[in-house]
Design a protein around this ligand. Structure first.
Ligand code: IPM
Ligand code: MG
Length: 372
């Protein structure tokens, strides 16, 4: 799965698959592609790029949100950059064929169980947060979300009609101890690379699944005695995130709680348009995507912020491709454009001018060239 050796050449070739998806996905991925091509041309970064359809755009073409060809390319790549999937035009489509299903199947087929979602506040953007700046100053949280289990994938599921003719929707929340242990290991190791502080979030006062979750996380903790572990109920965790977010460093949680907590944490930073994410399997094969969605209302208007996708490229360089130096360069270039006052519409403050998606991509390239 990892890197493959180019025949006759002893340098590593990285096979990267771009999945632009829907809505603003193609626009932001186009900027990420510019960055990757720049790294290839200017830094001798060995790169082979492929592109494929996923989500609504794939459904439009083949009535399948994850075509076989896309899955094949995904399985044979070293890493994937995904834009976003979904849009209102697909709401009436049968559930199994909706754009989101393409994304969920991709996560499941590649066993991308570990979802890392950093929520970092850029100093220059503190005023964009809906919380007082003193509360969010220095915010740097990493949410580790289990991504291939829990209620998202549990069976049985469906909508059935009961004897008396009433329809009932049902889903199943299941986690086995191996699934809990493997994501717990990722969370503890992530904590070790940061400040040795982990908070596991569950609903153990009500759910048996959470009771097991808590027990398994505590058992795994014995292998990481340098990390301090706390447990928190999810309702309290959401409240604490808004009350005093800096008390958290790494947060570990299940699939659905992580979906919710990561949006809350993202919003604390003021711009969901700035936040990348990584979804990894046990071999660090990964899919990298901005946390924001497909934003159909601004699609095609050159308004979207491409920085979350460009930062996702940096995460890919760091976690899957082992190109730490290039990851640092990309992150520094993003920091540079922010410090230089470049703003897309989502992060602009009242007295500033905003620039478009393409112009922001160009600004990152210029910042990268400055540092050549
Ligand atoms: C996310 C999204 C997805 C999820 C949707 C699009 C299926 O909200 O990545 O957070 O719920 O996991
Ligand atoms: Mg979500």
């Amino acid at each position: 799965m990892a890197k493959w050796l180019k025949p006759g050449n002893f340098q590593f070739m990285h096979k990267v698959l771009l999945l632009p998806g829907d809505g603003i996905g193609p626009e932001v991925v186009a900027q990420a592609k510019k960055v990757l091509v720049h790294l290839k041309n200017e830094y001798g970064f060995e790169l082979e790029l492929e592109e494929a359809l996923v989500g609504g755009s794939a459904y439009d073409q083949s009535k399948n949100p994850l075509p076989d060809e896309t899955l094949r390319l995904a399985q044979s790549s070293d890493a994937i950059v995904l834009g976003a999937v979904g849009g209102p035009q697909y709401e009436a489509v049968e559930r199994e064929l909706r754009p989101e299903k393409g994304l969920l199947r991709l996560r499941a087929e590649l066993d991308l169980f570990a979802n890392l979602r950093p929520a970092i506040l850029y100093k220059a953007l503190a005023s964009a947060s809906s919380l007082k700046s003193e509360l969010v100053a220095g915010l740097d949280i990493m949410i580790v979300r289990e991504l291939t289990g829990g209620i998202y994938f549990g069976e049985p599921r469906g909508i059935r009609t009961l004897d008396h003719g009433i329809r009932q929707g049902f889903n199943t929340l299941v986690y086995d101890e191996n699934e809990i242990a493997r994501i717990a290991h990722i969370a503890f190791r992530t904590a070790q690379k940061r400040n040795n502080k982990l908070c596991s979030v569950d609903k153990a006062n009500v759910l048996e699944v959470s009771e097991l979750w808590r027990e398994v996380v505590s058992t795994v903790h014995k292998e990481y005695s340098d990390v301090s572990l706390t447990h928190m109920y999810v309702d309290n965790a959401v409240m604490q995130l808004i009350k005093d977010p800096n008390q958290f460093d790494v947060m570990l949680t299940s699939n659905m709680f992580g979906d919710i907590l990561s949006d809350v944490a993202a919003m604390l930073t003021g711009s969901i348009g700035m936040l990348p994410s990584a979804s990894l399997n046990s071999e660090d094969h990964g899919m990298y995507e901005p946390i924001h969605g497909s934003a159909p209302d601004i699609a095609g208007k050159n308004l979207a912020n491409p920085l979350a996708t460009i930062l996702s490229v940096a995460m890919m360089l760091r976690y899957s491709l082992n190109e730490t130096h290039l990851a640092d360069l990309v992150e520094r270039a993003v920091q540079y454009v922010i410090d230089a006052g470049m703003r897309t519409a989502d992060i602009v403050s009242t007295n500033q001018n905003s620039i478009g998606t393409k112009e922001m991509g160009d600004a990152v390239l210029i910042a990268l060239s400055k540092r050549d």
